[in-house]
Ligand binder design. Structure first.
Ligand SMILES: Cc1cc2nc3c(=O)[nH]c(=O)nc-3n(C[C@H](O)[C@H](O)[C@H](O)COP(=O)(O)O)c2cc1C
Length: 382
């Protein structure tokens, strides 16, 4: 929700109340929830903890942070999915969750390289769980001392990376050099591509909005997001995951009764309508898209797509560009099937190939970091 839209909905009384809260404003940053961004890299004692402290900064669906890392032997780890952190309505086959775990692993690999190790990754070492994840490990991760390991320049972008959920500058096209850089990140299990042709971008923008509306108007899928909204500092600090609606302005609105989970769940409320207006404007301000496509439906392809997307996100940050995933049209719940099929047709993607990431690409404003659970809370010792 942005400030302008809520200025409209809050009314004069609300405005005065919110404007008078400057002292209150100074105390609204969820300091503990943002601490993992500064803590990463501070402790170089155990290379596994160094790697995990960076990896928890990975993008992941609804910021659920579904990772658990078990430290097994001095240089080995097992990556598990926390099965309680999945999104059963919008991600019924845990596809997006696996992509997030792939993003996590790619950051782990970059962090390993920064301290002279190579990260050997064995994905789904006990077989691929289908149709949903189960208690089998997602990956075995082994750090191997490597004299040839050199820090990858993308390592330096880990803390600068964002999912920029804002309108992009429509007057500033994405340069051809940046598109080529993104496409060069393609590997055998995941191709990275960019879409810039104005007609094609316009078609995808329309489908992205149609998909957003379907998710928002389908009660159970919308409720899944609403349940994960953290409103204000106290809620964000208590649960530094999900969708954080923080900052003095939104917290002020919540205090004066203008913003609550119940209102956001109710399509008749002004909070819901304002949110929809904001999203429509944001999706319209999209000059290009970045896509990640796998050659099949396998878990290995989903995992590789996450690794490739993470590199694209970092490469975009290095080029001063923003990325923002828009996943609604890719989702597998039945109400989305028609839009999903039309999107794949518009992009010329046919089975067995699978579109795994669709992200808005362009020049966006600087945005703050999102909350994280401390890395230590995601680590188990064997
Ligand atoms: C597989 C995947 C799907 C995502 N889908 C969406 C989406 O549909 N809409 C959105 O706003 N963000 C989406 N995101 C971005 C997450 O919301 C974001 O990574 C998370 O909130 C953490 O924020 P950060 O990336 O800025 O650190 C997605 C991320 C991943 C990895």
């Amino acid at each position: 929700m942005n400030r302008r839209l809520f200025l409209v909905s809050a009314g004069t009384t609300g405005l005065v109340a919110v404007a008078g809260m400057s002292a209150f404003s100074l105390t609204r940053t969820p300091t503990a929830a943002l601490a993992p961004w500064t803590e990463a890299g501070a402790d170089r004692g155990d290379p596994r903890r160094f790697v995990v402290a960076h990896a928890v900064l990975a993008p992941n669906p609804h910021n659920r942070q579904p990772w658990i890392v078990e430290l097994t032997r001095p240089l080995t780890m097992t990556l598990w999915c926390d099965l309680d952190r999945r999104l059963p309505h919008t991600d019924p086959f845990d596809r997006q969750i696996v992509i997030g775990l792939g993003c996590f692993t790619e950051i782990a690999s970059l962090a390993a390289g920064a301290i002279g190790y190579r990260l050997d990754v064995a994905a789904f070492p006990e077989g691929e769980p289908q149709p949903r994840l189960d208690r089998r490990p997602v990956a075995h991760l082994t750090l191997v001392r490597d004299e040839a390991a050199r820090p990858d320049p993308l390592f330096g972008q880990i803390k600068a990376r964002r999912s920029t959920k804002r309108p992009f500058d429509m007057a500033k096209p994405v340069p051809v050099s940046a598109l080529a850089q993104l496409q060069a990140l393609s590997g055998p299990l995941a191709a990275v591509a960019a879409l810039t042709a104005p007609d094609a971008v316009a078609r995808v923008r329309a489908l992205a909005w149609e998909a957003w509306e379907i998710e928002a108007k389908t009660a159970r899928t919308h409720q899944e997001s609403v349940d994960l909204m953290r409103i204000g500092r106290r809620e964000i600090e208590a649960n530094p995951d999900g969708i954080s609606l923080g900052g003095p302005f939104l917290e002020g609105l919540s205090l004066i009764g203008q913003l609550s989970r119940a209102q956001l769940a109710d399509p008749a409320s002004s909070a819901y309508r304002m949110g929809a207006d904001m999203y429509r404007a944001m999706l319209a301000a999209t000059p290009a898209y970045c896509m990640v496509v796998a050659p099949d439906e396998s878990r290995a392809g989903q995992f590789a797509a996450g690794r490739a997307y993470l590199r694209a996100n970092l490469a975009a940050a290095a080029a001063g560009l923003s990325l923002h995933p828009v996943s609604q049209a890719l989702q597998e719940f039945p109400e989305m099937a028609g839009v999903k099929a039309r999107l794949e047709a518009a992009l010329g993607i046919a089975a067995p190939n699978r579109l795994h990431m669709l992200a808005r690409l362009g020049y966006g404003p600087a945005v703050p970091q999102t909350p994280r659970w401390a890395a230590s809370t995601r680590i188990r010792t064997a």
